[in-house]
Design a binder for this molecule. Structure first.
Ligand code: FES
Ligand SMILES: [Fe+2]
Length: 456
């Protein structure tokens, strides 16, 4: 173990080139956003396990956090036409999102203004020309106007003025429909921090949902999200997979709500005693995506650069677009932006995921993980409609899903630890977790942000 006592806490880095140096050595310059760095040491105290296992903590999250944060509820492709609606739930909170007659998007609290009945079922979506309550038939237009009140003679005290459907905040970023249950919330654009600026060169709105998996996980929603927020686990958790060498990772926290890691692929690990040859690196890379192909590396060309070209060509053919201008990093690397509290967006070409984590209202020890693969829209014609959600139970493997492919094994490895970790939260003599100053800064950031909401 190398002694790092000459530097202040948080300043030490793994030996070897920095991620920035690696990106600058690529033949194609990376987007400016990937060259930015934003890390600050924010303490090394243990963080108590109560945030995962205390029912009071979970109740406070619903009351003080989930009711106040911006969260993506659906995609614009889920509600393309007037009358299309989508119900998004988190715990007992439920929003009814609808495409209105003029093509804009409204979001309502999903509850009748008469005696509370939910207007649409949890998790449902579809088409509705209006919102008619199934109990007594009070009916609202898509715009939230009270348009029918059976037995109106008995309700002289009720009118559209008093019983219009209350709206919640709604806005769209890059094709994702965000809602906020708090009518006083800051605008989404402010909440997003650096995201719009960093993503200006990446066209997330130009992607459609190719695959959507929803996995039930045996752990608290934060433990689930945190399993994907650092690459420190890669060497151990994925030691039998083909990720093991890829350990150059940069971690950033940008303001209140955004954090990021960038994790290179196709380069040698400085920790490896016998560095891989470029041919070995190439077969390692290609095994991941297209199966072991017959690729012959031209003399003097790095595996990373050659393989980036192959990916650009194959994806270009498949999706009918030209990707040859993309940098090697955007083509290959795992670039992961987190938006507090529960969403991850990947701008990369070959790793084009979006994640969302939500608590399971039935159990603090369970959560739901939405895993989306987003692909470039066809240049002409309409994009495919969003696919049916593939529901996976706790014991189901991601590998059973076609669209997940070889990554299924990696996701299985990521989630195999979670039940054991959850049991350990309860059996540990030490009552909190100890985090790495740099590699686990995003875990600390998430945990501290949750606590900040609970304190206000
Ligand atoms: S509860 Fe909705 S109409 Fe009565
Ligand atoms: Fe992982």
């Amino acid at each position: 173990m190398k002694k790092q006592d000459s530097v202040k806490p948080g300043e030490a880095r793994q030996e070897g080139p920095s991620l920035r140096d690696e990106l600058l050595a690529d033949p194609t310059p990376p987007p400016e956003a990937l060259l930015t760095e934003s890390y600050e040491f924010s303490g090394d105290n243990d963080l108590g396990y109560e945030s995962y296992i205390s029912p009071d903590f979970a109740a406070a999250e619903y009351e003080h956090m989930w009711s106040k944060v911006w969260q993506w509820a659906c995609h614009v492709d889920h509600i393309p036409e007037a009358g299309d609606y989508f119900v998004y739930d988190v715990g007992d909170l439920s929003s009814l999102i609808v495409r209105t007659t003029d093509g804009s998007i409204n979001a309502y609290y999903n509850a009748c203004m008469h005696r509370g009945t939910q207007l649409k079922q949890p998790g449902s979506c579809g088409f509705s020309k209006d919102f008619r309550c199934p109990f007594h038939g009070w009916t609202w237009s898509l715009e939230g106007q009270l348009v029918d009140l059976p037995g109106a003679w008995d309700f002289p005290h009720v009118s559209d003025g008093s019983h219009h459907l209350p709206e919640m905040k709604v806005d769209v970023w890059e094709g994702f429909v965000f809602i906020n249950f708090d009518q006083e919330a800051e605008p989404l654009q402010d909440y997003l921090g650096v995201l719009p600026d960093h993503w200006k060169e990446w066209d997330l709105a130009g992607r459609y949902i190719e695959t959507h998996v929803r996995k039930h996980l045996p752990c608290n929603w934060k433990a689930a999200a945190e399993a994907f927020i650092e690459a420190y686990h890669v060497r151990e958790t994925h030691s039998t997979g083909n990720l093991g060498d890829e350990v150059t990772t940069q971690y950033d926290v940008f303001g209140d709500n955004v954090s990021r890691f960038i994790h290179t692929r196709g380069l040698n690990s400085p920790l490896r005693e016998n560095p891989r040859t470029e041919d070995e690196l190439l077969s390692h890379l290609s095994g991941r995506m297209f199966g072991k192909g017959d690729f012959n590396l031209p003399d003097g060309v790095r595996a990373r650069d050659y393989y980036a070209q192959i990916v650009q060509e194959q994806m270009g053919e498949k999706y009918g677009q030209d990707f040859t201008e993309l940098s090697e990093s955007v083509t290959l690397d795992s670039i992961e932006y987190f938006l507090f509290p529960n969403a991850f967006f990947f701008p990369g070409l070959s790793l084009p995921m979006v994640y969302r984590f939500r608590p399971d209202p039935e159990s603090i020890d369970h959560s739901y993980f939405d895993l989306l693969f987003m692909r470039p829209r066809p240049p002409e014609g309409t994009s495919p409609e969003p696919p049916e959600v593939i529901e996976l139970g706790i014991d189901d493997s991601y590998s059973s899903v076609d669209g997940v492919g070889a990554l299924g094994r990696i996701y299985d490895q990521d989630t195999a630890n979670l039940a054991a970790q959850t049991r350990g939260f309860k059996s540990s003599h030490k009552r909190g977790q100890t985090l790495g100053n740099y590699q686990e800064i995003r875990v600390r950031h998430l945990q501290e942000r949750v606590r900040e909401y609970l304190q206000t």
